[in-house]
Every structure is written in C-alpha cells, then in structure tokens.
Design a protein around this ligand. Structure first.
Ligand SMILES: [Zn+2]
Length: 433
C-alpha cells in the first residue's frame, strides 16, 4: 500500500513543531509574518485521503476529483481508512484502581516472643533453636539458665512449706507463675531439691523465626548473661502472613478496612493472584515515607516467603464525593459521567474530545471539538480506562475514541478549531489589511 501523502504532510507538521518546542520563549511569541494557515481560502483533498492541495482539480496520485476539505467531516471511505471508532458517554459507578507495593511478613498477631522472665546465665541451648524455621511445640525447651534468683526462690518456698507458712508459700507460687516456671514450684512441693538450673520453654507451637540470625545467635550464646524479661526467640504461625502495603499520600484517603485487594507475588510468577481484603489500615501517615500502611492478613499462605515483595491491585468504588464508597453497599456508590481515556486529547491544561455532531444519510459524519473539564482517571465496570467528566459532555454523546489525534491534526492543517488552537487559525481573508 502506498504511503499516503497527507500522512507525510502530517508527520512533517509534527516534526516542524519540535524546533518550536525547543526554541527560547523570545522567538516563540512574536506574531508570525504569515498566518500559519494555508495560503488559499480552502484546502482540497482527495477522497482517498492520499493527497491534500491548495487548489481544486484532480488528485495527482489517483486521478480522483479533489473535494473541499472540511475538518471533522468524514465520508464512509475516510472513516474506514482511518479506522474511526466512537464510544457513547455513559453515566455510572466508577472505580479508582490503585497499584501498590508491599512486603510479606509473618502475621504479628500470631507471633510470640519467647522471654526469659527470670535473670540468669545460659548454660545450654536446646536443638529447636539451632536454626531458623524449625517446627517447635508448646512446652519444648529453648535454653537452660543458671539462675541464682530462681534458686533462692525455691529455697524460700521449701522453707515456707516446712514452716507451714501458707501465705508465704502462696506468694512464692505466684512469683513462679509470673516467671512461667510453675512446674518448678510444683516440683518443690512434691519434695524435689532446689535446682540452680531452670529450663525456659516455648509458650506456643509454631515455627522458630530468626528475623536477624546473628542477633538471635548472640542472644542465645552459651555463657551469656540474660536479664529478666529479655527476648530470646520468636515463634511464628507458619501458615499465616501479613502483607504490609504502602499507600502513597495522594491515595491515602481512598483506602479503608474491608476493601478487596488482589495480590500478585513477584517471586511466584505466574500463579493466579490472591484475592483478599484490607484487614487494618493505619490511621496515620508515616512521616518518613509519606505513605499510609494497609495490612492484608492471609490465614493460609505458606507459599508466600516472608520478605517477598508483592504487588497489589486495589479497586476502590467511589462515593459521590470521590472518596471511597462502602464496597458492600451499592447505595453508597456515586454515579459519574465518564468518557473513555482514549477519547481525550490533552495539552495538560486544556482537554478536548471530538464529538459526533451529526450523521448524514450517506454515512458521512460531522465531528466537532468540545472542551471538557475532567476529574480523576477511573475504571469502568468493563475494565476500560475512563476519565470522569465534570463539564462539557452529556450522557449519550458519541465521541471519537480512535483516531482522535489524527482528526485533531487534520483540523490543525485545515485551520479550524482544534486542541492547540481553540479558535482555529486566521484565514488570509480574515487578517487585518
Ligand atoms: Zn487520490
């Protein structure tokens, strides 16, 4: 197929815009010596869209008769060649789609820190603590401590029992319970001899977790002194995970507890995304990262390695005030006029769509540029990317979604109103003498 000349002309016009964009301001804002519009009163185009000229006549390429060129008017053949597509402006509910990043961790609500409640010196480290991620049962030994403090309490308890001082004995029982060493008190009551060695037991079943292996090994080194209530080890639930998502400040107002979230894990590649709900959204923003934490709790997620990065897709139904609606309550969802994002041409300040003004019986369409005021980018029910329209269009309006840019460029070439030239370009006849 032949490369159409009008396309060459258009590309040339765009390439010509580049030096303008790069030129210093002083050279830009002098009135042009000649109007940017074409010199003739009208431009003439071949119906096959392969030639544009300044005078009537026949097409030098295919010999067809040239027709006066009117921007925004396309016959059937031109529509077919351009691949013209339109879409109807709709009013309906809308979703904001947030793409967030997060980190997997063990669910802190099911994480136990093993503490030595009583002071002492480590004399033995038990096998369950010899490496990360071993299974451990409640009551399994962690370390043995040589504890003069615990020994003294046992001696005191034995003496109180021998003296029949039940008040004192009960107070000592309470102390052993607080140390989580109740079995020691029971042993003394059963007649055992006091011992300097006490064994610290795991309070929970799960998996030993070394967030920082070096720090754990230092804390559990045989011979090291342990102060009362110092942490020794962490036991986690191996099934449960939390994903901590960082919500950027600009979207912080859109997240709320209970919203659905789809999680995809980079490390797991092609697995289907996990569907979950936001379990806890922080009230405050982190002043360092300017993000708000949102947690997703997963009850059965052994396949997610802690520390893995997760991408999350959050679709937030919007209330009428553009805040988050209640996902479970359709009545709280706002309704908005929406236009496909592909229909909107934008300079960053001015936004424009090409609207169908009329459709002739012969299939010719007449299009007109309409300036619009826009709200945020949203997703329609069909997953299409849309923009909320605040002004400029009505429900039922038909707008060009493809190729709006070419149609606008054609208007620029013809000198009629377009994105960059809201009033079009002056024709020589309009220019002051
Ligand atoms: Zn032609």
């Amino acid at each position: 197929m032949r490369w159409p000349r009008w396309l060459t002309a258009l590309l040339g016009a765009l390439a010509g815009a580049l030096p303008v964009a790069l030129a210093p301001d002083a050279t830009l804002f002098v009135p042009p010596a000649a109007p940017l519009a074409v010199s003739g009163a009208e431009r003439w185009a071949c119906p096959m869209m392969d030639y544009i000229g300044n005078a009537p006549g026949t097409c030098p390429i295919c010999g067809m008769r040239l027709e006066p060129m009117r921007a925004g008017e396309l016959n059937r053949e031109q529509q077919r060649r351009l691949g013209l597509r339109t879409s109807v402006v709709v009013e309906g509910t809308a979703m904001r789609v947030l793409q967030l990043g997060g980190i997997v961790g063990y669910d802190e609500r099911y994480t136990e820190t093993v503490l030595a409640r009583v002071a002492g010196r480590i004399v033995r480290r038990h096998p369950a603590t010899f490496g990360c991620c071993q299974d451990i049962a409640a009551g399994e030994p962690i370390v043995d401590l040589d504890s003069p403090e615990a020994y003294a309490a046992q001696v005191e308890l034995a003496a109180a029992l021998a003296a029949g001082d039940t008040t004192r004995a009960a107070a000592l029982d309470e102390r052993f319970a607080r140390w989580q060493l109740a079995p020691l008190a029971a042993a003394i009551r059963a007649g055992a001899a006091p011992s300097r060695i006490v064994t610290i037991l795991s309070p929970a079943s799960g998996q030993v977790w070394f967030a920082d292996e070096e720090a754990v090994n230092r804390a559990l080194r045989v011979g090291s002194a342990v102060a009362a209530d110092s942490p020794l080890l962490t036991v986690v639930d191996p099934e449960r995970r939390v994903v901590i998502l960082a919500v950027p400040e600009i979207h912080a107002g859109l997240v709320a507890n209970g919203q659905r979230v789809e999680l995809a894990v980079d490390a797991l590649g092609a697995l289907p995304p996990l569907s979950a709900r936001l379990g806890r959204v922080a009230v405050e923003l982190d002043p360092r990262t300017r993000t708000r934490e949102a947690r997703v709790y997963l009850a059965s997620a052994r396949q997610l390695p802690p520390g893995a990065t997760v991408s999350a897709r959050l679709r937030v139904a919007l209330a009428a005030d553009l805040g988050p609606a209640d996902p479970e309550d359709p009545a709280s969802h706002g309704r908005f006029l929406q236009v496909p994002a592909s229909a909107v041409l934008s300079t960053g300040v001015r936004h424009l769509v090409w609207r169908l003004r009329a459709r002739q019986p012969d299939g010719t369409v007449q299009l007109e540029p309409v300036a619009v005021a826009l709200g945020p980018r949203v997703e329609g029910g069909d997953g299409e990317e849309r923009l909320i329209v605040r002004a400029g269009l009505r429900a039922g309006d038909e707008v060009v979604t493809h190729p709006a840019f070419l149609i606008d460029s054609q208007a620029q070439l013809a000198g009629t109103p377009s994105l960059l030239f809201p009033d079009g370009l002056p024709r020589p006849a309009d220019a002051a003498p």
